[in-house]
Each structure stands twice: as structure tokens, then as C-alpha cells.
Design a protein around this ligand. Structure first.
Ligand code: FEO
Ligand code: CA
Ligand code: CA
Ligand code: CA
Length: 597
């Protein structure tokens, strides 16, 4: 069947070959362009970017650094709002002569804080195609959120003692979001975004109160040795010094919710979704109309989580829906393989039943009113979620990154990006290689196909690497017809339900640039993974996102040239000068659906 609305689901584009070019490379018959770069004006009256004379005040009005999650809300046929996370900063590429945070000019630190967060910019369609450009003039929805924007703290842990600080004795408002990695777009039109590696912003853990150091360490914050290192945000804002403000770290590592359609609305940190290194947060509706949120904790040997709301989603009732993420149940995943343990030898060789697969349960940690973990209150489960999950024996995964349900089948896909620390003897069926250098993709089918289920089945359809390596697996597909992939990270779906997987780590694992791969996950071409785009030197490929009309792929090449400096650059993307992390769109030059020839 090849009708206009449901074309053949097999992507037929001519694949991009693996390369090390300092460029975005797209297939034949496709074109791409940079929509917006680091430093370009976002807010009305924002100054033009001046690389030599940056200020925090200017940066707070301009597009931020390192873009990760991308969302797109179409306003009408030819206008839309682009949301982008600015995960972190590479100061040595932003400032000439930069050495480290201890030596940095205070104004450089203020620029870095303002370059974090996110941006909303209005786009307009060009030429009736899938090409989108920055809309000129003053745009009412344009917005910057930074490391200093006030956020409301919502949900059951709001106001808890562990969230109170000298500056916020009520524990209900925090300045800024930091290290926002992947995210999701809710059915009611808000952006969810995960605060991830927040440990890199806090100093003084060795001088934090003794009784708080265990929890700080469980969140990967240094609590011994020389802890006054890194960006040294504490030199301009002392709240980042845990010796003086030990609770400030508890106010980060949350999922935030932002309403792109209301520039006045205060962004919110949703404590009901737990506190860990949130990669992203993607939603599905349950059989009875509640909302489920899938979330990974991206660190080695960490867990996968799901939240299910208590209340139902009500179409059109924005105010009601904005409260859905404050009550419900938070679960952690426990996965059991169905093959004998001795058949999982750590190499990635398939067990005798031919598949890494099994069953799993969503173990409830807490509802908004009742904790299910002995020794933890509701608030303690939410603030120290990792420790609560340890206590129930959740399954330690290989760095769970993006975790997203297919809008076509409801099956849920999670990228396990890699884990160099897993010993061969620690391999298990859901994480079958030790060490896991190339990563794998988990497919999860909820019981009764209901996102609200407390049980599921799972399999590993893709064991990444070079297909010539015998211990790779592409859903049983002919490996002579698939392409190499390593370090799967962000995912999205096209209208036909093909899985698009971007990567962060192919240079180290395969010696080629990161990129964006497409793989059918249903039907006879399941497993036919091929490369759609590659990104510049030392960049990871973020986004990706496909527009609702299936005509545009948005990607965000993050941290191009990250191993270089201003003086000794390893990338000059996108303009041939200093590197500028940017957002790019890709479209078929004849206006065909993305993935077509
Ligand atoms: Fe920010 Fe897990 O990548
Ligand atoms: Ca098996
Ligand atoms: Ca990521
Ligand atoms: Ca990553």
C-alpha cells in the first residue's frame, strides 16, 4: 500500500556514508541549513553577538550554548515555535585564553550561567517546503530561560526541609535549570526537559555537613579531595558552594515543565517525577486516559523509571492538564531475562533462544501520598530517588538515555548508550555485554499494550557496533545491508513509526563522526538500520525531531570541536571561524516526506 497518507514505511533515501568531515552531511536530494547559532539575538532588542566582548546580560537575551532536546509547536501552516535545551557550556571554545573556572573572569562565568537553560524562537516556512528559518522582527513568543530564571518547585516534595535554603526558606522557588539534556512534548503542548549532570556545577562537597555527604555522593557530587574545581559558578553565586548552601544541589536534577505558548508563565520543577540524572521525559496516554512519563537516569548502572498520573488527561483543559504531573505513582524498572544466566557470557553472543529478551515489572516507589519503600517518606523517595531505587533492587542498566514510546505502536524504546565499567561477569540479559563499548537499544512492550501497566515484556532489537563484528545484532536483519552505529542517545519517530536514533560517541567507538540513523522497527525491514545524516567533528547529534507534516528533520549538532580551544580549534563549524553550536533543519528538495528517496 502506497497511498499518500501512508506511504511505504521503508525509508528509501540514499544513505550517508560514515565520515570524519567537519560538516553536516545529508542524503542526495536533501538540503540543510543552520536555523540559529549560539549568540544570535532571541529577545526583542537583544544585542548582536560580539565574540570578543561577551557579557552575561547580552547572553541572557541571545541563543545559548550546546543545544540538545528540540521541540517544535506549529502555530499554523507556515509558523511554528522551536524549543531548544542549552545543556552546558564549553568555556575553552567560548572565550579566548580560557584556562579554568578558578582563573575565569567573573563576567565569563556570568556568560556561562546565562548560556545554559533553553530558548524559544519563532520560525517561518520557506518556499512551501520543509525548510524553516528564523522569523524576523520582534516575536512575542521568543524567550530565554537561563541558569538564573526563577522556577516554581511543585509536587509533593515542594517545601521540604531538604529543599530549603537561606535564599529560599520556603523551599518553593529555585533559580535556573542546568544541564538540560533530552526532553519530551506533552499532549497538552508543554515541554518537559531533564536536568542531567548537575554534579558538575557544585563545589565544596567535602565541607558539606557530614550527614548529607552520602546522598551528595550518590548523585556523583565530589565529597572528598579537591572539590573546588570546574566552572566555579560559586565565584559569582555562592549558592553553588555546598559548604555554605548544602541543600542547593537538591534543587537540581529534576524534570522541568515549560509552557511555550505563555511567555509569562513561570517554569516549574516537577518533584513527583523524581530526582536523578534525568536524560529526558516522554509521554504516552494510558488505556484509561491518564498520562505516563518514561524517564532514564543516564549514568553507568542506573535505572529506568516511569511515572503514571493519578488524574486523567482532559483534552482542551490546559489548566487541569498542567497539574497532572503533581499526583500519581513513580515506578522503577526491574527486568528479568528468560535465558539461562550461563548463556549470557558478556560478549554479546546471542543465547540459544536467539534473543536477549524477558519480562519486567514496574516497581512502585511512591505515590504522592504514600511511600512504598521502607525507611523513606514520600518526599525522601522523590529527593533521594536513586537511593530508594537501590533499596528495591531495580535493574542496573548501561546508561539509560532517551526513552520514548512510538506514537504508532505504543512500544517503548530506550537507548543504553554504553558502559565501559560493566565487567564480563556483570553482563545480564538486558545488558548483555561487559564492557559495553557500543551500546544497545531496548524495546519494551507494556502489559496489555497499556502504558499504565505494572508489567511488561522486553527485548534488545539492536546490539550496536560495526555490523561486521559478529556480536552485533540488528533484529535478525541481513547484516550486509545495515550500517555501523555506536553510542545511541536520542530517539524520535517519523509518521510511519520508523525509529530515528542519534548518537553521542561514535568517534571514540568507531572512529567516525556521530550522526542520525533510521531503522524500521516493524515489518519485514525491521532492523535495516542506515545513516541519514552525520554531524561535524567531535559533535554529538542531538534533537532529532521530525515535524508533524513529516517534511522536516531538526537536529542539533552539540559540542562541535569539543576537544579544541579557541586558539587551537578542531572544528570551525558552521561558518569557518570559531565553533557555534546551532540547530539545523533538513528537508527533501522536492518536498517529499523525510526518508523518501
Ligand atoms: Fe546529556 Fe545523557 O546525555
Ligand atoms: Ca532470551
Ligand atoms: Ca543525551
Ligand atoms: Ca549522551
Amino acid at each position: 500500500a502506497n497511498d499518500r497518507n501512508h506511504p511505504s514505511p521503508r525509508p528509501t533515501f540514499k544513505a550517508v556514508q560514515p565520515n570524519t568531515d567537519d560538516a553536516v552531511t545529508v542524503p542526495e536530494n536533501y538540503d540543510h541549513h543552520v536555523i540559529i547559532r549560539w549568540g544570535e539575538p532571541v529577545l526583542p532588542g537583544a544585542p548582536e553577538f560580539d565574540f570578543e566582548n561577551q557579557t552575561g546580560e547580552a547572553q541572557a537575551q541571545q541563543f545559548g550554548y550546546n543545544c540538545d532536546y528540540v521541540a517544535f509547536h506549529q502555530l499554523d501552516d507556515d509558523h511554528g515555535l522551536l524549543w531548544v535545551n542549552h545543556e552546558y557550556t564549553n568555556e575553552e571554545l567560548m572565550f579566548a585564553g580560557y584556562t579554568d573556572g578558578s582563573e575565569a573572569e567573573p563576567e565569563q562565568i556570568r556568560v556561562a550561567i546565562a548560556a545554559h537553560g533553553g530558548s524559544i524562537v519563532e520560525l517561518e516556512r520557506r518556499n512551501g517546503t520543509g525548510q524553516w528559518c528564523l522569523a524576523g522582527g520582534e516575536r512575542p513568543f521568543n524567550r530565554r530561560i537561563t541558569g538564573n530564571t526563577p522556577f516554581r518547585i511543585a509536587g509533593p516534595a515542594a517545601g521540604h526541609e531538604l529543599l530549603r535554603t537561606e535564599a529560599d526558606p520556603d523551599g518553593t522557588e529555585v533559580l535556573g535549570m542546568l544541564n538540560n539534556c533530552a526532553g519530551g512534548y506533552t499532549p497538552w503542548g508543554t515541554v518537559l526537559s531533564g536536568e542531567e549532570n548537575c554534579d558538575q556545577y557544585f563545589v565544596g562537597g567535602d565541607r558539606a555537613p557530614e550527614d548529607q555527604r552520602e546522598a551528595l555522593a550518590r548523585y556523583s557530587i565530589a565529597v572528598e579531595g579537591e572539590t573546588y574545581v570546574g566552572r566555579r559558578f560559586d565565584r559569582v553565586e555562592e549558592r553553588f558552594d555546598l559548604a555554605r548552601h548544602p541543600h542547593e544541589a537538591n534543587r537540581f536534577y529534576w524534570v522541568v515543565e515549560i509552557d511555550p505558548l505563555d511567555p509569562e508563565a513561570q517554569p516549574v520543577k516537577r518533584t513527583m517525577l523524581g530526582r536523578f540524572k534525568h536524560e529526558g521525559a516522554t509521554t504516552a496516554l494510558t488505556e484509561d486516559g491518564r498520562v505516563a512519563v518514561y524517564m532514564g537516569d543516564d549514568e553507568r548502572f542506573e535505572y529506568i523509571y516511569k511515572f503514571v498520573s493519578a488524574k486523567k488527561y482532559v483534552e482542551g483543559s490546559r489548566k487541569h492538564n498542567m497539574s497532572l504531573l503533581d499526583t500519581g505513582t513513580l515506578y522503577v524498572g526491574r527486568l528479568t531475562g528468560n535465558s539461562p544466566e550461563e548463556e549470557i557470557d558478556g560478549t554479546g553472543a546471542l543465547p540459544s533462544d536467539g534473543e536477549f529478551d524477558g519480562t519486567g515489572e514496574w516497581v512502585p516507589l511512591t505515590s504522592d501520598s504514600e511511600s512504598f519503600v521502607e525507611g523513606f517518606t514520600v518526599e525522601e523517595v522523590l529527593i533521594h530517588t536513586r537511593m530508594a531505587a537501590d533499596a528495591v533492587g531495580a535493574t542496573k542498566m548501561d546508561r539509560p538515555e532517551d526513552f520514548e514510546p512510538s506514537p504508532v505502536t505504543g512500544k517503548v524504546y530506550c537507548c543504553l548508550t554504553n558502559n565501559d565499567a560493566r565487567e564480563p561477569g556483570q553482563a545480564d540479559e538486558p545488558n548483555p555485554r561487559g564492557p559495553n563499548k557500543f551500546g544497545h537499544v531496548l524495546e519494551l512492550v507494556e502489559g496489555g499494550d497499556d502504558a499504565g501497566s505494572e508489567s511488561f515484556s522486553w527485548s534488545v532489537p539492536i546490539v550496536c557496533g560495526d555490523p561486521e563484528d559478529e556480536n552485533t545484532y540488528f533484529a535478525g536483519y541481513d547484516k550486509s545491508k545495515v550500517m555501523p552505529i555506536a553510542a545511541p542517545d536520542n530517539v524520535t519517530f517519523d509518521r510511519d513509526g520508523n525509529l530515528w536514533v542519534s548518537t553521542d560517541g561514535q568517534p571514540g567507538a568507531l572512529g567516525v563522526n556521530d550522526g542520525l540513523h533510521v531503522v524500521p522497527v516493524e515489518g519485514r525491514f525491521r532492523g535495516e538500520l542506515r545513516t541519514f545524516a552525520t554531524v561535524p567533528v567531535e559533535a554529538e547529534c542531538c534533537g532529532p525531531l521530525i515535524s508533524e507534516d513529516n517534511k522536516t528533520v531538526f537536529i542539533a549538532p552539540q559540542h562541535p570541536g569539543e576537544n579544541g580551544t579557541v586558539e587551537e580549534p578542531t572544528s570551525t563549524w558552521p561558518d569557518g571561524g570559531f565553533v557555534r553550536p546551532s540547530v539545523v533543519c533538513i528537508w527533501h528538495t522536492q518536498g517529499r516526506d523525510v526518508g523518501r528517496t
